[in-house]
Design a protein around this ligand. Sequence first.
Ligand code: C5P
Length: 202
Amino acid sequence: MLIIGIAGGTGSGKTTVVNQIIDELKHEEVDVISQDSYYQDTTHLSFEDRKKINFDHPKSIDFDLLGEHLETLRSGKSIQQPVYSFKEHNRTGEFIEIQPRKVVIVEGILILTHPEIRELFDIKIYVHADSDERLIRRLKRDIADRGRDLEEVLWRYQTTLKPMHQQFIEPTKEFADIIIPTNRYNTVAVDIVQTIIKDRLS
Ligand code: C5P
């Protein structure tokens, strides 16, 4: 099994990179695991209190469960992954079963901050985009898909996203084997990753 970690700030284009990488792979060859599925269970808090959680701090992620799940997949067994709701800021209580596959891609803003999780990755990738580009993408997505308004997104960006990005996310670039810039169209880096995957699969 090949485990690939893809980090990068919010709105950096991680999802696009993941989709380009898996484009030539068969569905049954790859799992894509999002860090978002591993936000801590916050059922004990009220909705108002959950809204105040700092979702860009490493403490907000249940890395123990993520690590356990990656080890389980690696041992050839399936996992029950919690489903997360961005509208509720909480796990929904549902689970989806994920089967072990030859390639496991783990994507998320904070996945390279945790030393033990970093150790599990065969390839570490950091996706880079300028912060203005990231803010624009984040604004569009949160308003269109995550039930937020302009004021809330800008408030979160200034008070949390930007400082957390500078403190925790950007520094993990130094752990990356490959840094992919997404400000412009880039195929070379994706080709390299696809070549490594094909090599491992053959
Ligand atoms: O998809 P992306 O990597 O951008 O997702 C991570 C972002 O999701 C974080 O920047 C965090 O602020 C945001 N988030 C949120 N509401 C939650 C949980 C995470 O806006 N309930």
